[in-house]
Design a protein around this ligand. Sequence first.
Ligand SMILES: *Cc1c(COP(=O)(O)O)cnc(C)c1O
Length: 388
Amino acid sequence: MKSATGLSTQCIHGGELDDAHGSPHTPPYQTTTFKFATTADLLDVVDGRKPGSLYTRYGLNPTIFSVEQKLAGLEAAEMAWAFCSGMAAESALFMAHGRKGIVCLGDAYGGTLELLASQLPQLGMPTHLMLGSDMGQLDEILAKGVGLVFFETPTNPTLEIFDVHAIARMAHAHGALVAVDNTFASPVNQRPLELGADFAVHSCTKYLGGHSDLTAGAIMGSKELLMPIWNWRKNLGTTIAPEVASLLARSLRSLVVRVRQQNASAQAVAEAMTRHPRIARVLYPGLPDFPGHALAAKQMSGFGGMVTIEVKGGGEEATRVADRLKLFALAPSLGGVESLVTQPCTTTHHGLTPEERARRGISDAMLRLSIGLEDADDLLADLNRALG
Ligand SMILES: *Cc1c(COP(=O)(O)O)cnc(C)c1O
């Protein structure tokens, strides 16, 4: 790897393998296995005496190795593992480090909640789901000897901000590890490891992929904590495919400029929406009166591309606005170059009862906007027209 200090330089040059043919970037090695000159050479790799490629599901493929070095650099981590999805990354993390018990703080991605609330307990793994408003109980739960604290910040869709440094201190005092799902912020805006977390977890499907054309996941952290995850990925069979690793590396090269532009457009959209007469509330960490603003300003270097607006007139009116938007596509994802709109009560939080949504502070009138790379003026014109 070339030495690179700045994040943009790291995104472009980190992990790139020098190629015999002069390719400026690592080409995709679309191969499942690798040949050796002699059995002795093969055994050197199998027994770990020499680094090398061997079998793609193991992650021992140059394209995967290359994107993992780039991913590690993004979070200033010693190592990274790349997976076939964000949920695959979380599953392997939970298997390797969550068997003593997992605490999930605050709202989390629907798949994460389902895995923690109903699937891992079937394997006998203790899980505790707590809202931000229950934070007072964290110390008590940690005292029971939980292995892993997991949370997102900002959360979906209310963009609640959790104090990574303070939570890591509390968890570490009880011998628990801390994993932050950094998907919403991206490493451009927040680096959980530098704030004291042990793992940064990503759905690369979102900002890191950035073009709504690949599904992948990653975990970054120390070698000591990542090594026990390797066998779980290998035998659950959830390694990233080399073709996807190559596409992800291509996308990462432009991550910083994409996310910075998304931050700027999101700020402009959020500010304009606060002045719109048909909007009851705007949730965005970059607004000075947002409850998590001061903490976000302290631990983030940008406020992100996600904006949640609450439309006056309730859930049905919010649905009408979502259906009238033309430039914003109605789709339940985020982080791509194209702007998307989602009504949480009909998609991400549809499975919850209205009472449970209310307990989580999610109203039917909320629309979650993922701000893409279109001109901010065009996005605002679309919103203004749809709001009528
Ligand atoms: C999408 C998402 C996931 C799951 O990622 P997949 O790549 O779809 O498996 C996990 N966490 C967050 C915050 C997400 O947005």
